[in-house]
Structures are given as structure tokens and as C-alpha cells.
Design a protein around this ligand. Structure first.
Ligand code: AMP
Length: 330
């Protein structure tokens, strides 16, 4: 297990945690498994280890499909930030943090695995090649296991984020350490049958939506698959925002289609862009549209059909150049 990497930073974080009586943890908006798992997994580890401390997870939104994890979050406006340590997980920039008040904390720590375009906080622990922040938190607990306690609840929360952010341990960032840490967490006793049932079963209507997506998705000349889930489609299939967003994954197994993009109408009229890729990287393309993220999974927002088509054209050009200059892709 790789405990040596960033050991000094991890040690600094542990020392800072020991210093404070109140610790407030926050994560990014529209939480996914890694955001929920890392914030609450860390909170659980700290509550077990330091029962005398006040450990608060505080954000102003929720996740419907992760409701089975039974996590509780405090209203950001109801907390006293003075003398508190803030820890923000899985959040590239503070503008995307689901607790806008977290900057009021006396000191701030950033723990993240996105490319560090917008650094913040007094201590930054960023590993942009880590498959999830949950993996980093699991590594932190493992590294200092003589101090930091873990139980099956913390393990299940962290495992959830590791599974979801790595695409069930399939994405390129998954390495030996990821799997060793997953095994380490499993030994605490995780009910994976229940976990996978909660994560991966879906309603009948969702499969009808999937069939419709297969019918509607399009492909550019050079192989960019894309789909526009407009408001009427969301209404017709009674889709939650998360279900509509998940449609991007339906396009991930098309041969030669190394980039795939879902455009999803937001309630405010803007269009959410979810960019995915294999072999070729798409974060710079997302940057061009004021978004960002990871090499193979990025996001952005566009505000018109013209902008949507410009992004598709840019993606097509990117893929054309990649295919012309590289071998071995599928
Ligand atoms: P998503 O498609 O929303 O799951 O996003 C994929 C990755 O890109 C995630 O790691 C997000 O944190 C990041 N991301 C999504 N939208 C944006 C944005 N507007 N700006 C910066 N990063 C983003």
C-alpha cells in the first residue's frame, strides 16, 4: 500500500485536525458518490477517533439516488464558523462548493483529485491521478491507522465513492493501490449486495428512456457520440435530474467513439454538458467552455444551441486530430 506519497501533507492535515475542536466538512454541489462518500466517510472516521470534537458535514443540497446512505447534513447558515477548521473535499474550485460559507472557517484544507486549476486553502492535498477522493481518505486512514479509527459505516461510505468514481474500478486511474484499499475497506464488513442493488437497479421507465436514448443519439464524422436530453424528454420520461444526467453513460461502449457528450437542459434554461472520453483527453476542451474536471470526465455549461454545436464541432476536430496522430485506440 502506498502510504509514503504526500506523507508530509497527510501528517500536516492530521495535526491540523487534532488542533481544532470544531471541524466543518463540505463538498461540491450536485453531489455524487465520491462527494457524499468522502465527506461523510471522513466525518465518520473523525467522530470515531475524536468523540470530544464537533464534526459537522454541511452543504445546501442533497442527492436523491444516494439517499440510501442515510447521511445528514447541517444547513450552512446554522453553523458557527469562528474557531472552526474547514475541510473541502472533491471540489476543484470554491465556486462549486455546496457550502458557500465555508470560507468563514478560520483555516481551510483542500482535499481533491481534480486538476488543481484553482487552488485554495492553507493546506492543499491534491492528487489528480487518484481515482477518487474516497481512495485518498481511505489512504489517510490506512496511513495513520494507529490513530484514526474506522468501522463498517466509514468503510461503506468510502467504498461507495471508490466504486462510483472509478466506474466500478474500470477507469484508467484505477491502480493496484485502489484495489488494495478497496479490499482493506471490504474487510470492515460492507454489504456489497445491498450497495450494488441501491446503486445500479433502476425503474422500468428509466429503461424506456434508455431505449429512446439509443434511438436518438448521434455521431459526428470522426466519431463523437452525443445526445441532447431536452426538457420535453425529461418531462415525458419523468426523469429526475440525476437520471437525465446519467444518460451520458449509455454512450460509453461505442467502438471508435472515443468522446461522448450528453447535453441536459437545466431548469434555468442553460444546458449542462457532461463530457466523457477514453484514450483522448477532454479537460482542455471543457476549459474552453469555462468548465473543467478530469482528463477523461469533464463538465461545462453552455447557454445556446449555437454554443452546443460549436462544442460538438470542437470535439470532432479534437478526435480527428487524435486519431490521425495516435495508434492503438479503440
Ligand atoms: P460531471 O459530468 O458533472 O460528472 O463532471 C465531470 C467532472 O468534471 C467532475 O469531476 C466535475 O467536478 C467536473 N466539472 C463538471 N462541471 C464542471 C464545471 N462547470 N466546471 C468545472 N468542472 C466541472
Amino acid at each position: 500500500m502506498n502510504t509514503e506519497r504526500n506523507l508530509e501533507i497527510k501528517r500536516d492535515i492530521l495535526e491540523k485536525i487534532k488542533e481544532y475542536r470544531r471541524i466543518i466538512i463540505a463538498r461540491h454541489q450536485r453531489p455524487d458518490g465520491d462527494a457524499i462518500g468522502s465527506s461523510h466517510g471522513l466525518a465518520q472516521i473523525l467522530r470515531l477517533t475524536f468523540p470530544e470534537k464537533e464534526i459537522i458535514v454541511s452543504d445546501n443540497d442533497r442527492s436523491e439516488y444516494l439517499g440510501f446512505l442515510n447521511t445528514e447534513e447541517a444547513d450552512p447558515d446554522s453553523i458557527d464558523y469562528s474557531d472552526a477548521l474547514g475541510i473541502v473535499v472533491d471540489t476543484a474550485g470554491l465556486d462549486r462548493c455546496a457550502n458557500p460559507n465555508i470560507t468563514k472557517a478560520r483555516e481551510l484544507i483542500k482535499i481533491d483529485h481534480h486538476i488543481n486549476v484553482t487552488p485554495y486553502g492553507g493546506i492543499l492535498w491534491v492528487e489528480d491521478d487518484a481515482s477518487s477522493v474516497c481512495e485518498m481518505i481511505a489512504n489517510l486512514q490506512y496511513t495513520f491507522s494507529s490513530v484514526l479509527k474506522c468501522d463498517s459505516r466509514a468503510a461503506a461510505l468510502l467504498f461507495t465513492g471508490m466504486v462510483t468514481d472509478s466506474g466500478r474500478f474500470k477507469y484508467a486511474e484505477t491502480n493496484g493501490n485502489t484495489l488494495r484499499l478497496a479490499g482493506y475497506l471490504m474487510d470492515f464488513g460492507i454489504d456489497t449486495q445491498v450497495l450494488y442493488a441501491n446503486l445500479y437497479l433502476d425503474d422500468f421507465s428509466f429503461f424506456k428512456f434508455q431505449a429512446s436514448v439509443f434511438d436518438r443519439m448521434q455521431i459526428t464524422e470522426n466519431g463523437v457520440a452525443y445526445l441532447y436530453v431536452d426538457r420535453s424528454m425529461q418531462d415525458y420520461f419523468h426523469l429526475s435530474r440525476e437520471q437525465a444526467s446519467n444518460s451520458v453513460d449509455f454512450m460509453n461502449k461505442i467502438k471508435g467513439s472515443l468522446i461522448w457528450i450528453a447535453f441536459i437542459d437545466n431548469p434555468d434554461g442553460s444546458i449542462r454538458v457532461r463530457l466523457r472520453s477514453r484514450f483522448v483527453t477532454v479537460d482542455k476542451l471543457a476549459n474552453k467552455y469555462k468548465g473543467g474536471g478530469h482528463s477523461n470526465a469533464s463538465g461545462a455549461t453552455v447557454y445556446s444551441m449555437e454554443e452546443m454545436h460549436a462544442l460538438i464541432a470542437d470535439a470532432d476536430k479534437l478526435l480527428k486530430d487524435y486519431k490521425a496522430n495516435n495508434k492503438g485506440w479503440l
